[in-house]
Write a protein that binds this ligand. Structure first.
Ligand SMILES: Cc1cc2nc3c(=O)[nH]c(=O)nc-3n(C[C@H](O)[C@H](O)[C@H](O)COP(=O)(O)OP(=O)(O)OC[C@H]3O[C@@H](n4cnc5c(N)ncnc54)[C@H](O)[C@@H]3O)c2cc1C
Length: 368
């Protein structure tokens, strides 16, 4: 941006985080209002759907607006705010980036309750019941000192900031989803065995699809690191492959959960509670009637179904699809990052079509 003070402030902030071992929420997604309109569009119901600068003086700036779904913001040490989209000159006031502690005056957080507690009727399973709360953060005329401001009005660079965040963030998404998806394949295999259907053709097909799913994701996540690019000397996971990895798992997750639900059968939804299971009058009967394959345990089967119930559900569906950006956001990035390749592909096609004169090596490839 041609402003060395921003670099100095960002570096000071980074050192502050490292030195004090602080955690930081990334506040990117604005509440946005009408999605088809720009932040400054007069058609918006009001001006504050995207975080913006409403005042400034020699000490700092005053910001107003709201960010949605910000993971962990209520209990992290710092909130880093960046724009969530490209900006035009008219959106200048919305091109703002800063960092503040969550208890700064004027910051109002409305956290979404977590549903990761063990219910009284649920079978106790080992998977830790932990998760984050995601917060609506309202910036109600919050003062930010200049030494915590990293962008203020440079609308031309808003998109660069968003992209640089997404390059890394989508890669972490593609990586951290691998272990739970591997566990999902394990759940499918285990419940198939409890139900006695592990050798049935359509069940094997479904489990094979899940194996293909998780291994494709692993391969893409790994390939994005191996085929990294450099930005100003900083290695960045390959943006095209990273976005394909995120897109691939989000776009196909629901087929996997459908397969898992199919293999489970209706007991996934209607299983007796743990309270019934431990009831001395009926517990024994449940043990007898809810066994699947001979030699397996009904308690193990019910525990596995409990784990699957904890794993699937609307919160997981939404997280998979929307966290780290919607499907359309990935497709947009994949196309934008492929413009250079598209030119090369076109040149190749023109050579093959005889429109441009081919080099020898292209001929070899073509004939081969
Ligand atoms: C569990 C969870 C945790 C999250 N954590 C964070 C976090 O820590 N920090 C953070 O900043 N964000 C976070 N997010 C936000 C996440 O990045 C957004 O949910 C995502 O970018 C989609 O934005 P949205 O929710 O506003 O949905 P919308 O943008 O309303 O998307 C709904 C649909 O509208 C489409 N759409 C929207 N605008 C346009 C347009 N202009 N043109 C064409 N199509 C459009 C989308 O592609 C999508 O299909 C989190 C989300 C979830 C679910």
């Amino acid at each position: 941006m041609g402003k060395p003070e921003y670099v100095e402030r960002a570096e000071n902030f980074r050192v502050h985080l490292c030195k004090n071992d602080l955690s930081m929420a990334g506040a990117v997604t604005c509440v946005k209002g009408d999605r088809s309109l720009r932040p400054s569009d007069p058609g918006q119901e009001h001006k504050d759907f995207y975080v913006r600068v409403v005042d400034r003086n020699s000490d700092g700036i005053v910001v107003r607006g709201a960010k949605a779904h910000i993971t962990g913001a209520a209990y992290y040490n710092e909130i880093l705010v960046i724009p969530c989209r490209n900006m035009t000159e008219a959106d200048r006031d919305y091109a703002v980036s800063f960092a503040i502690p969550p208890n700064t005056k004027g910051v109002i957080q409305v956290p979404h309750p977590m549903h990761y507690r063990q219910g009284k009727g649920e079978f106790p399973v080992e998977l830790p019941f932990r998760g984050h709360t995601d917060c609506l953060i309202i910036f109600d005329d919050v003062f930010v000192p200049w030494d915590r401001v990293f962008m203020c009005g440079e609308w031309q660079y808003a998109m660069t900031l968003v992209y640089n965040f997404a390059y890394l963030h989508r890669h972490t998404a593609a990586s951290y989803h691998i272990p739970p998806y591997e566990a999902m394949v394990g759940m499918a295999q285990a419940i198939a065995e409890y139900n006695g259907i592990e050798k049935v053709g359509h069940v094997r097909e479904k489990i094979t699809d899940m194996i293909i799913y998780v291994n494709t994701l692993k391969s893409l996540a790994r390939a994005s690191c191996m085929d990294y690019v450099e930005h100003e000397g900083i290695p960045i996971p390959n943006p095209v492959i990273t976005n394909i990895a995120k897109y691939y798992y989000a776009n196909n997750f629901h087929s996997c959960s459908k397969a898992l639900v199919d293999i489970c059968g209706g007991l996934l939804s209607t299983a007796p509670t743990y309270k019934d299971w431990t009831n001395p009058e009926i517990g024994g009967l449940l043990q007898k009637y809810l066994i699947g394959k001979a030699g397996t345990s009904s308690e193990e089967r019910l525990r596995m179904l409990q784990l699957i119930r904890n794993t699937l559900g609307v919160e997981n569906d939404v997280r998979t699809l929307h966290a780290e950006g919607s499907l359309a956001a990935q497709r947009m990035t994949i196309y934008a990052e492929s413009v250079k390749n598209l030119k090369e592909y076109k040149t190749l096609a023109k050579k093959y079509a005889g429109i441009e004169k081919p080099k020898d090596k292209d001929f070899v490839l073509f004939n081969h």
